[in-house]
Design a binder for this molecule. Structure first.
Ligand code: 0A1
Ligand code: ZN
Length: 846
């Protein structure tokens, strides 16, 4: 079905809906192809709204009947909904529609996955369930009746009655339709219990398909930890008698915070020692926390319109990052977050898809669930906290909960509580929400008369979204390190507000080294000619110590690529010392052994005026890894051995850190022993972290064939492990073969391409394989384009998200640019292309 003609929606055009929905009663009679949905909604006129026609959204619905106050009416069906004449007084709207969940492959609205019914309503899926004012500022109290031959029938809120094939649910908390959920199927509950700080007993359930019972315990514990943490840190208590989580295999995103009934991509909740890596466990813990935290930041206080998406997402990502920092290692979490931000958000913010954290227009809102809204949105809150201080942050957030509970809010509401709490004027700070692009912050130093002067300069390149960016308020955390490594000045926050600004530090008889942007205090690209070798050895800020190593590595690699220089001995010496320093956390040392991604290097080259050549970047990274392996040489077996865990498996920070360092050592060791140690690890592994790392190294060493087959035989019935199997073969392929490996995997009988996880396993991995995807032949581009054309009519949302693989096209040489452009245009020329994909590709190519 072709989407309605693309229409651009603007933030400035917001108007309130003309009616309040006082209560909503829904009755579902489930059938794979002919599900009936009856709705009964009590509307009252909204005196604060401008005059307007009564319009209800609706898509892919067969209207059976409609009534107003019990009398049949004949609404006018329009593009995307219906209009109807209504009384100028309160009235009851009733209607019945028929929908076809079994043919709903887009996974929005009510759909089926492995025989189970499930819903996804954010952002605009509820309109595929029934006619409704499907906008987040219409909040109502829902009662839901479900009829169907399934042992488990779930919806939001508390259960009212349940008998065979019939259940009734009531959610006392007013909510927008995007938080509605329904699940029905043959599911098994893993049960738990939590008592809130005020003594309310809450029943907890994690519902899974038969066979997955053994993968629930970790998720359940993560939920309890999240509930406790939100009470302890934010004073937020859970507000229903029941909290349900359901795992589903077919899901476009990670998970969804529906009130009292969170629905999770099974990859984001199911975990076991044998089938999940340490990183999987950490991600699952974070996503469970994220969805749970939405109960207050998203559900109790929601968004007025979708332009305000960062109001709930930026804040909830920030909250989940605080949770992970508290549960695990704060320094490791911060470094991981910054690697992720630079990899995804900076690429977005520096290319044609750049948009403000609060966008001002969109065609398809699904295309704005982005790293900018989520991750940069969280960074903006982090900066706000840095600027106002911890206590003022806590006071302002408490005021936010008090003042806005039960409301649909805006970024203005959010900033107002900070202004009211602190007396600050945040109008300049607000530019972080309204301007696109990553600021470039350069620093120059002068030293005279025992005084160090730091002069900062900020510029943000113009973009299609923001033609003339104005200066930001930038909190710059600075410290000074003396020549002997001691801290001369502990972390101090400089508040930069001008395009250019200087700060002086006096009484410094010996010139210290400046450690700037400690903890990555703002999401900017920093240019500072620092003494990185000294900072790598001595910086007292653990983030900046890591950053000094990163910068040395990046500069060395850029020199190798552009000037043919050799790996920088200062970098290799510094890393050698650090990695062998057993007083440091192994997880931190493992991060020290990482190198900037090839995509990040391509971007750095482009910024410096060079044309990135993916095969040369790949070769330089290989040379650097080889140099690291040589430098660490004889220390590697000891480093590997010292980080083997003999205790029974725990996915906690301590054990995960040891495995991370052990496996970082293994990947260098493999260059020296041709994979002998990797084979031994593969043969003895009793957990997925060790098994998968060993497999990756065997493939890299060119001796993976037997293990790849053995792995498939062992895990062919476990879909989440098989996703890893599909993905790893692409990620570890030689750049010359990556395209063929991916193409070959699409022929595998288990390549269920309609399943988003499986599609992403192959094509998400191909897009991440920089030198493989950008192979000069253009075969990678063409293969991805073929499959996006195939997927679009089935699942526009996942297709559109995968289009971001093309967003960096302008970095490359003219041949590659033409190859990419030709593929983008080929996709755009496909008849009936979805609104989602059309918008993404048009923005990319513009
Ligand atoms: N709100 C969810 C993520 C989510 C967003 C959109 C979806 O479909 C378009 C699905 C899930 C979260 O932040 O976790
Ligand atoms: Zn979220």
């Amino acid at each position: 079905m072709r989407d309605a003609a693309p229409q651009t929606i603007y933030l400035k055009d917001y108007t309130a809906f003309g009616w309040h929905a006082q209560s909503v009663a829904l009755e579902f009679t489930l059938d794979p192809h002919k599900t009936r949905v009856r709705s009964r909604i009590a509307f009252t006129p909204n005196p604060d709204a401008p005059a307007q026609d009564f319009f209800l959204h609706g898509e892919a619905l067969a209207l059976i009947s409609a009534k107003i106050d019990g009398q049949d009416v004949t609404p006018t069906l329009t593009d995307g909904g219906l209009t109807c004449a209504v009384p100028a007084a309160p009235f009851i709207w009733e209607c019945e529609v028929e929908i076809d969940p079994a043919n709903n492959t887009a996974l929005e609205g009510l759909y089926m996955s492995n025989g189970m019914y499930c819903t996804q309503c954010e952002a605009e899926g509820f309109r595929k369930i029934t006619y409704y004012p499907d906008r987040p500022d219409v909040m109502s109290v829902f009662t839901v009746t479900i009829n169907g031959p399934h042992p488990v029938l779930l919806s939001n809120g508390n259960p009212v009655t349940a008998s065979e094939n019939h259940a009734e649910w009531h959610d006392p908390w007013p909510k927008p339709a995007y938080l509605f959920a329904l699940v029905a199927g043959d599911l098994i509950a893993h049960e738990g219990q939590f008592t809130t700080k005020s003594g309310r007993d809450v029943a907890l359930n994690l519902y899974v398909r038969p066979g997955d019972e053994g993968k629930c315990a970790f998720g359940m514990q993560a939920l309890k930890d999240s509930m406790k943490w939100d009470e302890d840190v934010y004073g937020r208590e859970y507000d229903l008698d029941l909290f349900n989580i359901v795992a589903v295999d077919d899901f476009n995103m990670g998970a969804m915070e529906n009130k009292g009934l969170n629905i999770f991509n099974s990859s984001a909740v199911l975990a076991s020692q044998a089938t999940s890596t340490d990183l999987n466990f950490e991600r699952i813990e974070a996503i469970i926390a994220h969805e749970y935290f939405h109960n207050w930041t998203g559900n109790r206080i929601t968004c007025r319109d979708w332009f305000q998406l960062c109001l709930k997402e930026g804040l909830t990502v920030f909250r989940d990052s605080q949770f992970t920092s508290d549960m695990r290692s704060a320094e490791v979490k911060r470094i991981g977050d910054v690697i992720d931000l630079r990899g995804r958000q900076f690429a977005e913010d520096q290319g044609p898809l750049a948009h403000p954290v609060r966008p001002e227009s969109f065609q398809e809102i699904n295309n704005f669930y982005t790293a900018t809204v989520y991750e940069k949105g969280a960074e903006v809150i982090r900066m706000l906290k840095t600027l106002v201080g911890d206590q003022a942050y806590a006071d302002a957030v408490a005021l936010y909960f008090d003042r806005h509970d039960g409301q649909a809010c805006t970024i203005e509401d959010w900033l107002q509580v900070f202004e009211d709490t602190t007396g600050r004027d945040l109008s300049q700070f607000k530019r972080w929400y309204s301007q696109a692009g990553t600021p470039r912050l350069s620093v120059s130093e002068t030293y005279a008369d025992e005084t160090l002067t730091l002069t900062f300069n900020q510029t943000t390149p113009p973009s299609a979204a923001t033609a003339d960016p104005q200066p930001y308020v930038i909190p710059v955390a600075v410290g000074l390190i003396g020549a002997d490594g001691d801290e001369v000045l502990p972390t101090t926050i400089l508040e930069m507000t001008q395009a250019e600004q200087s700060f002086t530090f006096s009484n410094l008889p010996i010139r210290p080294a400046a450690s700037i942007l400690r903890g990555f205090s703002a999401p900017v690209v920093l240019a500072h000619d620092a003494d990185n070798a000294h900072l790598l050895a001595h910086d007292t800020d653990s983030f900046n110590r890591w950053e000094a190593g990163r910068t040395l590595a990046r500069n060395a690699l850029l020199g190798m690529i552009t000037k043919g220089t050799r790996p920088d001995p200062a970098y290799l010496d510094g890393i050698y010392t650090l990695v062998n320093d057993t007083t440091l956390d192994p997880a931190y040392r493992a991060l020290m052994l990482g190198l900037p991604s090839q995509s990040e290097l391509a971007n750095a080259l482009h910024e410096a005026g060079h044309t990135p050549e993916p095969d040369i970047i790949h070769a330089a990274v290989e040379t650097m890894r080889e140099a690291l392996a040589k430098k660490l040489g004889d220390a590697l077996p000891e480093l590997y051995a010292a980080n083997q865990v003999s205790d029974s498996y725990q996915p906690d920070a301590t054990q995960s850190g040891a495995r991370a360092l052990g496996n970082a050592a293994l990947s260098l060791l493999t260059r020296r022993d041709a994979g002998a140690q990797a084979q031994a690890q593969y043969d003895s592994a009793d957990n997925m972290t060790q098994q998968l790392a060993a497999l990756a190294n065997l493939i890299r060493a060119g001796r993976g064939d037997t293990a790849v087959k053995a792995f498939e035989t062992q895990w062919k019935d476990d879909r989440l492990v098989m996703d890893k199997w599909f993905g790893l073969q692409v990620i570890e392929a030689d750049p010359e073969d990556a395209f063929e490996v991916a193409a070959g995997l699409t022929e595998h009988p288990d390549f269920n391409w309609k399943n988003p996880n499986r599609f992403r396993a192959v094509f998400g991995s191909l897009a991440l394989h920089h030198a493989g995807f950008h192979h000069a032949s253009g075969a990678g581009y063409a293969l991805l384009a073929d499959w996006l054309i195939k997927l679009d009519p089935v699942n526009p949302q996942t297709t559109a998200r995968m289009c971001s693989a093309f967003q960096t096209w302008k970095r490359y040489d003219t041949d590659r640019q033409s190859l990419i452009k030709a593929q983008v245009q080929r996709i755009l020329a496909t008849p009936n292309l979805s609104r989602d994909t059309t918008e993404m590709l048009s923005r990319i190519i513009s």
